[in-house]
Write a protein that binds this ligand. Structure first.
Ligand code: CMC
Length: 399
């Protein structure tokens, strides 16, 4: 039976329906508010606002729960690879064997990019950040896929457009990196799976094919799964806002990529590494920076701490913390930045300032060290974030 809350305004009562979500969480439907009262709501940062009804992801920030299509993230990292998760996010269920094969073949089929699009890379300056090249190139895909510009989200063509962008983003991302180093471009290898192919396009040399180490491929796969979706955040909301004008998929995603670039969102793990490097190089010790972050008169923030949604712990950070140690051990890497990170973490978790404000390490606190360990350069950290978020962004366009 429908339930309502009553809004009292002067002598008038307005009944607003309560909406119940898949996990029994409740929200108030205010769609009639303006028409019936002339009022609007003010919700800076949209922390109290759901902009759509979606079954893709459930988060309980207080309890540290993250689920995609009902599956807890802790389960997804043990049973799946990234393309399975992409399928899950887009189509609502984990794929059966033949469904995964078809989906993977579709992705492989579209990995190449048009030759004249390749030449566009040459016109960027040598020092162009890959995160600047990426949205430009994703938007440029619209020029090469004009038959896919006016398609409905539920059409078959939309699946093709989705496969193209999931697939080509890896090639474009790897080439943006090669461009920044003045290196020749590596073409995709259809015999490699998604993560291995990306590593090959990033690191193979004309005179030496990059041997994809199993541990590194698995680590990258884990990393991709962990970030596969995180509800209506800054970048996915941007994709939806652009898409709501019926702009094409390529342009909508391109706008979302720009939104992801900032250090308070997708750029945070780069900022964490920069912070740890500064601490290492300057030798003032972590306490100096922790105190700076607590100082009311300073704008300084401890990067990798705090989260808009998670107020007790970030489940992704918990998983990644365990895997950072494992990966460093397996690859036999000693990283002085990890020692600094551990010292900061231990101090902050006992510090009243951070406890009172519920500031815990977020996933980005560990992800920079994790990515460094598997050989990903710092200017590619946010680019990886883009690759991970493409499937969910596509799906958010249809809800
Ligand atoms: N270091 C020191 N103080 C902090 C920090 C921090 N990292 N984060 C928040 N605070 C303080 C802030 O100054 C404010 O203090 P006061 O109450 O005295 O004004 C209080 O805590 C609440 O801060 P807020 O900015 O209102 O908190 P928020 O929940 O709106 O913001 C955040 C969340 C992630 C933007 C913020 O915590 C932050 O800037 N963290 C550092 C950047 C970072 O690690 N970002 C990655 C987020 S996870 C990636 C993603 O999901 O996209």
């Amino acid at each position: 039976m429908a339930k309502y809350v009553t809004l009292k305004l002067d002598n008038k009562d307005l009944e607003l329906e309560l909406i119940t979500g898949t996990e029994k969480e409740q929200g108030i439907d205010i769609s009639r508010l303006r028409a019936e009262t002339g009022l609007i709501t003010v919700d800076t940062g949209y922390v109290n606002t759901g902009s759509c009804i979606s079954e893709i992801t459930f988060i309980d920030g207080e309890k540290g729960i993250l689920r995609h299509r009902g599956y807890p993230i802790e389960e997804l990292i043990t049973t799946s690879n990234f393309l399975e998760i992409s399928y899950l996010v887009i189509y609502g269920e984990l794929p059966k064997k033949d469904e995964l094969e078809n989906f993977s073949s579709l992705i492989i089929e579209h990995t190449n990019i048009h030759t004249s699009l390749q030449y566009l890379f040459n016109n960027f300056p040598a020092k162009a950040p890959p995160m600047a090249i990426l949205p430009a190139m994703l938007n440029a895909l619209a020029c090469y896929n004009t038959e896919l510009l006016n398609i409905a989200p539920e059409s078959e063509e939309f699946d093709i457009a989705a496969a193209k962008i999931i697939s080509k983003v890896c090639t474009i991302a790897a080439w943006a990196y090669r461009k920044s180093l003045g290196l020749t471009f590596n073409h995709p290898n259809p015999n490699l799976n998604y993560c291995a192919n990306f590593l090959h396009m990033m690191f193979s040399m004309p005179y030496k094919v990059y041997h994809v180490q199993k541990e590194i491929e698995e680590a990258l796969n884990l990393f991709f799964i962990l970030h596969a979706d995180h509800e209506q955040n800054c970048s996915t909301s941007t994709v939806r806002v652009i898409g709501s004008s019926r702009a094409n998929l390529f342009s909508s995603i391109s706008g979302g990529v720009c939104a992801l670039w900032g250090p308070l969102h997708g750029g945070a793990n780069m900022a964490v590494i920069k912070m740890l490097e500064d601490i290492h190089e300057r030798g003032e010790g972590p306490m100096h920076y922790i105190n700076l972050a607590k100082d009311k008169n300073s704008e300084y923030k401890l990067m990798g701490f705090g989260h808009r949604v998670y107020k007790n712990f970030d489940p992704r950070a918990k998983i990644l913390k365990v895997h950072v140690d494992k990966v460093l051990k397996v690859l036999n890497i000693k990283d002085p930045l990890l020692d600094i990170a551990k010292e900061i973490e231990e101090t902050v978790l006992k510090d009243d300032y951070f406890i009172e404000k519920k500031l815990y390490p977020n996933v980005d606190f560990y992800s920079g060290i994790f990515l460094r360990a598997i050989g990903i350069p710092v200017n590619m950290f946010t680019v990886l974030f883009v690759i991970e978020r493409i499937p969910c962004s596509i799906e958010y366009l249809s809800v």
